[in-house]
Design a protein around this ligand. Structure first.
Ligand code: FO1
Length: 314
């Protein structure tokens, strides 16, 4: 039996965007709400950039750059070229089309609009149909402490870790600056409490899902609806499909397997969808107190996305 009530997805970036696109192959967008991470946000060139909100928006608008998984397709880089000429900050690539989003968002925030209001205006302009809710409208920034080399012990912003250093450096700590003062964004707690199904998307548990859970009230709201909640593992056969999730799990003292993910998500979800490659670990997942559901989870392969969406909506 497929869920016919509201579905709420706890979302990071690329993996979550793919999960949302998969769900929209099966159910109408009006039935879907995404509660998205804002810990990756940054201010650069005087602009407020929200990578996970934009990755979800562009993906669902069918406008994502397929090579990178972020930014807009058919992009040009004239502004970045000019910036480079002056020796400006050019490690974070902002395409000419993408810049329009940051110019608009920054202008509206400067007028006193909230991130939620601006996100609603942007998603309406792209005709998404889903509700895309920032986890919080308050300032929350993922900070990463580096663990090796000359920078051991230094704390950098998430993008300075992920992009500037290509997440190629070991990490000894992650924290969410501002989380203790942050309030859930408008509609977030209701979207979790009133959902017929909550999905924890296959995003990085430690730097995409955790910053959402770090907003006071959100973790408790999820624990209260644990029986409605299903998580999809971002780890397949001990590796992340994209990004540093496996390395981060190990570096921060967790097991970089579906069992490690099960341990993190057992308090929040009744079921964990694991790929067939990990079928042999299903018993160990169950032993963590969360029920393993074995199904293809690599959405790049044709037909897998819609099938996975049906599994999480069962
Ligand atoms: N990721 C990169 O690896 N290099 C970039 O230059 C880069 C630019 C960028 C610009 C806008 C945007 O929305 C995302 C961008 N990303 C880039 C991806 C971003 O770092 C990640 O999407 C998330 O922060 C992690 O999921």
């Amino acid at each position: 039996m497929r869920v016919d009530g509201p579905v709420t997805v706890i979302a990071g970036g690329v993996g979550a965007a793919r999960m949302l696109a998969a769900l929209l192959e099966v159910i109408p967008p009006e039935q879907v709400t995404a509660v998205a991470n804002v810990g990756d946000d940054l201010e650069l060139h005087g602009l407020h950039i929200s990578p996970d909100l934009d990755t979800i928006t562009y993906t669902l608008a069918g406008q994502i750059n397929p090579e990178t998984g972020w930014g807009l397709v058919n992009e040009s880089w004239q502004a970045m070229d000019t910036l480079g000429r002056y020796g400006g900050v050019d490690w974070f690539n902002l395409g000419d089309r993408d810049l329009g989003t940051h110019l608009y968002r920054t202008h509206r925030l400067g007028q006193g609009a909230t991130l939620s209001q601006v996100t609603a205006e942007i998603t309406r302009a792209w005709k998404l149909g889903i509700s895309l809710l920032p986890a919080t409208d308050d300032r929350l920034r993922t900070m990463v402490t580096l663990a090796e080399g000359s920078e051991a012990g230094c704390e950098v912003t998430f993008q300075e870790y992920f992009v500037q250093r290509r997440h190629s450096v070991a990490v000894s700590g992650v924290r969410f600056d501002g989380a203790d003062r942050a309030r859930p964004g408008p509609g977030v707690l209701d979207a979790i409490g009133q959902a017929t199904r909550v999905v924890i998307a296959p995003s990085n548990p430690l730097v995409s899902i955790d910053p959402v859970l770090a907003v006071p009230g959100i973790r408790a709201a999820l624990e209260a609806v644990r029986s409605n909640t299903v998580a999809v593992s971002p780890i397949v056969a001990g590796a992340a499909l994209k990004g540093p999730a496996d390395r981060l799990l190990r570096e921060l003292g967790h097991e970089a397997t579906v069992v490690g993910v099960a341990r993190l998500y057992a308090p929040l979800a009744a079921r964990l969808v694991i790929d067939e490659a990990d079928a042999n670990l299903a018993d160990q997942v169950n032993a963590e107190g969360i029920t393993a559901v074995v199904a293809p989870t690599i959405m790049k392969q044709p037909g897998v996305a819609a099938a996975l969406a049906r599994v999480v909506l069962e």
